[in-house]
Structures are given as structure tokens and as C-alpha cells.
Ligand binder design. Structure first.
Ligand SMILES: Cc1cc2nc3c(=O)[nH]c(=O)nc-3n(C[C@H](O)[C@H](O)[C@H](O)COP(=O)(O)OP(=O)(O)OC[C@H]3O[C@@H](n4cnc5c(N)ncnc54)[C@H](O)[C@@H]3O)c2cc1C
Length: 410
């Protein structure tokens, strides 16, 4: 095969693109990964890795999970601390009982470390050619191929996967961008040292401030004694703000009564940076003749929590299993690739329906205060919330009006 001809071309080497490549490596395919940045690369994120990420790593071939446990710089996290708009806090551990020696259910790992960990695995695969520091700039299709251009070269593939993030060029050149910003949220984060009041088991903290609802302020304990702190809010709320995001962050950290006392001696490390999150409340077409869209390019961010890494990796995993069959039968048609959309539907649609409703309910400070106040007094309810955050079927209960009506009389 000539050097510029591939079976699969992947645009973007974030969690989605790396997961797809690593799951297909060793299957007799020639894979190209084109990545505009040079690793280790910087990525604006809260850096929280949920159990979903760990489950994808566990299923990945080649002992990736074991290497992650051993190698990547990270902080183990054992639960979530919620703070309701009335200031009352609630700790929800990820597991009800901790057996000695069990690996933690979640981590906080800086993206320059986590993404680099995955990216370095690509380099170990002799069937993957990496074009690092090259940007996809053009895409065209013939009946038999996808033609991908970077500023430096042109590559031909049987199919192209767009794993190139929220501003995906592959999405732009296939299905186009969404008509409006309703399904985007914006997040800003910075690293700080000397933040006080962290949970001894590194619980990640979601602080639901009235002015940010349905978004929240987060404090995630990170490596090197730092915390990753920031907030997310809907794009349309940001447009109405009289301040820019940096000003809001500084104001919250310096004067909000629920936050400022914790940051009294804090020092920022680096600078605050903001980026968009494409929410899964929007359902774009995610495939067509000879292309697939993964991760942020395919609007896979949880509308309630803002979690996107595990979902992006999930799309990579689903794409790998669908593409394995496409290569076997040599069919890359839109019809065959509907199996990818169906796979996403099976794994995520119930969850996204639930979290879209939770996002709408989260707009109500009353409901937040109610759930947190009742759970603080009632161990059974606290245990129920723990299972809700680790079990999708239980999470669905949080979307039922009867759940809140029941709480009023508890
Ligand atoms: C402020 C903020 C906080 C967040 N916090 C969390 C969190 O704590 N936990 C969580 O799970 N999720 C979080 N997310 C969401 C998460 O960051 C994303 O959902 C996740 O990174 C999606 O992975 P991806 O592989 O689809 O895209 P990305 O990680 O964005 O990777 C895309 C890759 O494509 C490359 N690329 C882009 N354009 C091109 C091009 N033209 N050619 C070649 N390469 C290209 C980019 O350089 C990048 O490496 C947060 C997001 C934001 C903005």
C-alpha cells in the first residue's frame, strides 16, 4: 500500500480518537491519526475521570488499564460532595463499602497527562501512522474513498472518523454545524494552590450556586496539591451576562460566601481558560457515507454533569466494533454505518434522556435544597443517591416528579 493510502483516517487524537485507534489496532488495518497539536498537549477541562472512563480502559486490549493504574499521574477520588444553593452540603460516596485493595472508582487526572498517556500508546502500534502537529483542512469523497488534506499532505482512506472535538472540521464538512448555540455550555477553569476544606478522600465537589443553575461551580482535587476549579453555564446565560467569564470566576473566588472562604489564601497557577461543551441534549446525525463523528464532534457531553471524556471514549469503542464489520464486508455506506448510531442509542440514549431532564430540574434551587436537606437527615435516602450516581436505572428515578413529591412528606 502506498504511504498515503489507509483503511481508516482518524482526525483528532483526544480520548475519542485514541480509543477508536487502540481498539482497532492489530486487526490487519492501516490506520492514520492526524492531530493538530503536539503531545503532551494542553486541554481545558475539569480533569475528572468517572467510572465510565475506567470501564473503557479495562476493556481496551493490551493491558491499558493496568498501565493507567501504574503510570498516569492522578488523584484517586471516592465520591461527590454536593452543595445546594442554600449552602447545605451532602457527601455521596461512589461506593457504600470500600473493600481493602479495591482500585478507586474515579480519578482526577490532568488532561495533558491522561491524553498523553493514551497518545503514547498509539506510538507503540506499528499499524498506526501518526501525523502530529498537522491540522485537517480539507475533506472530499469519491464513491470509493475519503480524501483528507492537511496543510502538508493528502491522505486517502476507505473511511474517515471525525474525533476532532467541539469545533470539528469533519463535522463542518459533512453534516454542517448546528443552527444555534442552545445545546452548548461554556466552562472556565483554573488551577489553584492553597484551597482549603477539601474532603479527605478527594471527593469532587459540585457547588450549585443560584446564579449558575443549571450549571455549577466545581472544585476537583488535583495533583501537586493543586485544585482544578471553575464553573460551567449555558451559552445563552453567558450571552446575557454583563461580565466576561474570567471576571465572574474572579468574583466568585474572591467574594461568594460559599466559595471565597476556601480561597482566602489561594494562588492561581497559570491562567483561567474557557472552552465550549457540546451537550447531548442535541442529537445530530453522527454518520453517513464513509464518515463517522465521535465524542465532542458528535455532541456527546452529559447535559447535567458536563462529563464528556467517558462518553467520547464510549463512541470510540462503539465505532471500533462497527468498523471491524464494515472492513470485513467492505461496506462503508450510510446504511451500514447506521449500526454506529444504533450502538450509541443503545448505550447512551436512556442516560441522556435522564440527564437532559435532570439538567432542566437543576434550574430549580427549591428542588436542590429539598433533596440535599432531606438526604442530610435520612441515611436511606443518602444510600439511594449513592446508587443513583453509580447506576443508570436508579438515576432515572431522579427525573420522576413523584420522587420529589415523596420527599416533601418524608
Ligand atoms: C471547562 C471544561 C471542563 C470539562 N470537565 C470535564 C470533566 O471534568 N470530565 C469530563 O469527563 N469531561 C469534561 N469536559 C468535557 C471533555 O473535555 C470533552 O468532552 C472531551 O475532551 C471530549 O473528547 P474528544 O476526544 O471528543 O475531543 P478532544 O478531547 O477535544 O480531542 C479532540 C482532538 O482533536 C484535535 N483536533 C481538533 N481539530 C483538529 C483538526 N482540524 N485536525 C487535527 N486534529 C484536530 C485536538 O487538538 C484534540 O486533540 C470538560 C470540558 C470543558 C470545556
Amino acid at each position: 500500500m502506498a504511504q498515503n493510502q489507509y483503511d481508516l483516517i482518524i482526525a483528532g487524537a483526544g480520548p475519542a480518537g485514541c480509543t477508536l485507534a487502540l481498539n482497532l489496532s492489530g486487526r490487519g488495518l492501516r490506520i492514520a491519526v492526524i492531530e493538530k497539536d503536539v503531545f503532551p498537549r494542553h486541554k481545558i477541562c475539569g480533569d475528572a475521570l468517572s467510572g465510565k472512563v475506567l470501564n473503557v480502559l479495562k476493556r481496551m486490549p493490551g493491558g491499558v488499564y493496568a498501565d493507567f493504574l501504574r503510570d498516569a499521574g492522578k488523584v484517586a477520588s471516592w465520591g461527590i460532595r454536593f452543595t445546594a444553593p442554600n449552602g447545605h452540603g451532602l457527601d455521596v460516596p461512589f461506593v457504600q463499602e470500600r473493600a481493602p485493595g479495591t482500585p478507586p472508582p474515579g480519578y482526577v487526572c490532568r488532561r495533558e497527562d491522561f491524553d498523553n498517556f493514551l497518545f503514547q500508546r498509539l506510538k507503540l502500534c506499528s499499524d498506526i501512522d501518526i501525523f502530529e502537529g498537522e491540522k485537517v483542512t480539507g475533506l472530499a469523497f469519491t464513491p470509493d474513498a475519503a480524501l483528507v488534506e492537511t496543510g502538508i499532505r493528502a491522505l486517502t482512506g476507505k473511511i474517515v472518523a471525525g474525533a476532532d472535538g467541539v469545533h470539528s472540521v469533519i463535522r463542518k464538512m459533512t453534516i454542517g454545524d448546528p443552527p444555534d448555540k442552545r445545546h452548548f455550555c461554556v466552562g472556565i477553569r483554573a488551577y489553584y494552590k492553597n484551597v482549603t476544606g477539601l474532603h479527605p478522600d478527594n471527593f469532587i465537589e459540585l457547588i450549585f450556586l443560584k446564579e449558575l443553575l443549571p450549571g455549577y461551580f466545581w472544585i476537583f482535587p488535583s495533583t501537586g496539591g493543586l485544585v482544578n476549579a471553575g464553573f460551567g453555564m449555558m451559552h445563552e446565560q453567558v450571552v446575557k451576562l454583563g461580565e466576561n467569564l474570567n471576571q465572574v470566576l474572579n468574583r466568585l473566588v474572591s467574594s461568594h460566601p460559599l466559595i471565597a472562604p476556601r480561597f482566602r489564601n489561594a494562588e492561581i497557577s497559570g491562567r483561567a481558560e474557557a472552552h465550549s461543551l457540546p451537550l447531548a441534549s442535541f442529537h445530530p446525525k453522527r454518520s453517513g457515507d464513509r464518515f463517522l463523528l465521535l465524542g465532542d464532534a458528535a455532541f456527546m457531553v452529559d447535559p447535567f454533569s458536563g462529563e464528556g471524556i467517558g462518553n467520547a471514549m464510549g463512541t470510540g469503542e462503539i465505532a471500533a466494533s462497527v468498523l471491524e464489520n464494515c472492513f470485513r464486508i467492505n461496506d462503508f455506506s450510510a446504511g451500514e454505518l447506521l449500526k454506529f448510531e444504533a450502538g450509541i442509542g443503545r448505550r447512551f440514549s436512556q442516560e441522556f434522556r435522564t440527564t437532559s431532564v435532570m439538567q432542566r430540574l437543576a434550574g430549580s434551587p427549591f428542588l436542590f435544597n429539598l433533596v440535599v436537606d432531606k438526604a442530610r437527615k435520612n441515611k436511606n435516602l443518602r444510600d439511594l443517591l449513592t446508587s443513583m450516581f453509580t447506576n443508570e436505572d436508579m438515576k432515572e428515578k431522579l427525573t420522576r416528579p413523584g420522587f420529589y413529591a415523596g420527599l416533601l412528606f418524608k
